[in-house]
Design a protein around this ligand. Structure first.
Ligand code: ADP
Length: 286
């Protein structure tokens, strides 16, 4: 998708440049170091490249945001598409020093922060699809308006050295410009019928994220609040590994403390599935 030529069709009035963001931000530490780029390959990749050099001067809580990603990614290098200026596309650098078992807390915190901010700013009811999708219900169907991509590095001591939490949120993508995806895509504009201020939504996400993160840093798990927002609870689902067909079919029993999906398979056995290379969909009778 070409960056040029699309911009005038999109709601571009709200600027996410540093002077606007720093004025509107209500956080203590998160996003106080903030960079904006009109376009970049991928915000996660850029922060990762800076960290992997070993000489990064980025503070914990650094946020990198762009109006257009040339190589936006989901998990497993699946692409993330969004017309320029339509979305919130950003990554947060964190240095939690938490035990590696708690890395998944960061995905949970992202999901909670996005959901709470969307509810505050739009009045829509925001839910989550395990493990990392932000969804809304429209006409009795779940549709995806956002995705979370968490990447982390573990130190020799088994703690999280740094983590990069990337978020892509379809804010003002007009319905006709939504990507054609196997799990139906939507945007907050398409769902609500009116554009939202990306700036207000962004600053609210950061405030919510900071509050959850600070609690997690005190040892308070975000798991229960996160699980409350998950769709497909008690329903029959299919988990598949990319390109390898159905892996497990069964009923969702819940998730464990580290966020693994707990499924009772057709033989009655309880299976635990970690996020990674699997995707989840509703079981549909053939
Ligand atoms: P999932 O968790 O749904 O399996 P990922 O988190 O890996 O998927 O996200 C990548 C997938 O999201 C892509 O394969 C594509 O189908 C879908 N996608 C790409 N761009 C968008 C978008 N703007 N809105 C909703 N879905 C998208």
């Amino acid at each position: 998708m070409a960056a040029a030529g699309r911009q005038d069709t999109i709601f571009m009035q709200d600027s996410l440049k540093p002077e606007q963001v720093q004025k509107a931000l209500r956080t203590g530490w998160l996003g106080r170091s903030y960079r904006y780029l009109a376009a970049v390959g991928s915000t996660n990749d850029m922060l990762k490249a800076e960290e992997s050099g070993g000489r990064s001067s980025n503070d914990a809580g650094t946020v990198l945001l762009t109006d257009y990603q040339e190589q936006g990614r989901g998990r497993l290098a699946r692409s993330w598409e969004a017309p320029p200026g339509s979305s919130l596309l950003f990554s947060i650098l964190l240095r939690p020093g938490w035990p590696v078992e708690r890395l998944t807390w960061l995905t949970m915190i992202c999901g909670l922060a996005v959901s709470e901010a969307v509810e505050q700013q739009s009045g829509l009811k925001a839910r989550l699809k395990w493990p990392n999708d932000c969804v809304l219900e429209r006409e009795n169907k779940w549709q995806k308006y956002g995705g979370i991509l968490l990447e982390g590095t573990v130190s020799e001591r088994g703690t999280v050295k740094y983590a990069i939490a990337g978020m892509g949120i379809n804010v003002n993508i007009p319905a006709k410009e939504l990507p054609q995806t196997s799990f139906p895509a939507t945007s907050l504009l398409a769902a609500n019928g009116r554009p939202l201020s990306r700036l207000d939504l962004f600053c609210t996400i950061l405030s919510c994220f900071e509050a959850h993160y600070d609690r997690a840093a005190q040892g308070v798990s975000p798991h229960a609040a996160w699980q409350d927002r998950l769709i497909y609870m008690n329903e029959r689902v299919v988990v598949s590994r990319l390109g390898q067909g159905v892996d497990v079919a069964g009923q969702v029993m819940g998730t464990d403390a580290s966020g693994r999906l707990q499924i009772r398979d057709d033989d009655g056995a309880i299976r635990y599935i970690a996020a990674g290379d699997v995707s989840l969909r509703q079981y549909l009778e053939q």
